[in-house]
Design a protein around this ligand. Structure first.
Ligand code: DX5
Ligand code: ZN
Length: 219
């Protein structure tokens, strides 16, 4: 079964708690939380304090995607705030192995993410240590962007890389997923699919998530 992780970046910010409860009821598996610093990406979103408040409304795993420079400075804060998975970008951390070990030492699952223009070879050494590999299928910074088509080949290559490992990290895909392409994303090898606008841009979350799951699990 593929994991569907709605991204609250596209939720109604005036009622984030209610939005999370609504997607949980609608069948979401994880809650994807995008943290942006206005430096690594040209946008600013939320920090540990708000995540800590949101932690009270659900028991679903919080999948925290850090799009920030030098993420090692904030790992402890996000762990304390209630993150279950913390993903950092390979392009944003100088000592990625140390950062990954720090995340794991706090009892949190460690993810590493790649921008669309970053080659898979960049994670060849770190994949032995991580719990999750996140392939960006849009340039990070905003919700509602168009899926970059060549990502499908990258996802398939990433899947092969991970399957060769004794302990297989999950493969997550983030950006531009929708009802039309989620089948192909899943077929290429994604285990976890993030969906922001495709969920929160619709009226009936239950119907939308059910359709996304059906399409994703067809392969
Ligand atoms: C983009 C974020 C994504 C975004 C996905 O920088 O990392 O998680 O919210 O949104 P959609 O699914 O709308 O592309
Ligand atoms: Zn994200």
């Amino acid at each position: 079964m593929k994991i569907i992780a709605p991204s609250i970046l596209s939720a109604d910010g005036s009622k984030l708690g209610e939005e999370i409860i609504a997607v949980e009821k609608a069948g979401a598996d994880w809650i994807h939380i995008d943290v942006m610093d206005g430096n690594f990406v040209p946008n600013i979103t939320i920090g540990p304090a708000l995540i800590s408040s949101l932690r009270k409304v659900t028991k679903l795993p919080f999948d925290v995607h850090l799009m920030i420079e030098n993420p090692e400075r904030y790992i402890e804060s996000f762990s304390k705030a209630g993150a279950d998975i913390i993903t950092v970008h390979v392009e944003a951390s100088n000592h990625l192995h140390r950062t990954v070990e720090l995340i794991k030492s706090l009892g949190v699952q460690a993810g590493v993410s790649l921008n669309p223009a970053t080659s898979l070879e960049q994670v060849e050494e770190i994949i032995h240590y991580i719990d999750l590999l996140l392939i960006m299928s849009v340039n990070p910074g905003f919700g509602g962007q168009q899926f970059i088509g060549t990502s499908l080949v990258k996802i398939a290559r990433a899947k092969k890389m991970l399957e060769a490992l004794p302990r297989k990290p999950l493969l997550e895909v983030d950006g531009g997923a929708n009802l039309k392409n989620i089948g192909n994303i899943a077929e290429a090898g994604a285990d976890v699919i993030v969906a922001g606008a495709a969920v929160f841009g619709t009226d009936d979350y239950q119907k939308t998530i059910a359709s996304l799951k059906q399409a994703a699990n067809r392969s």
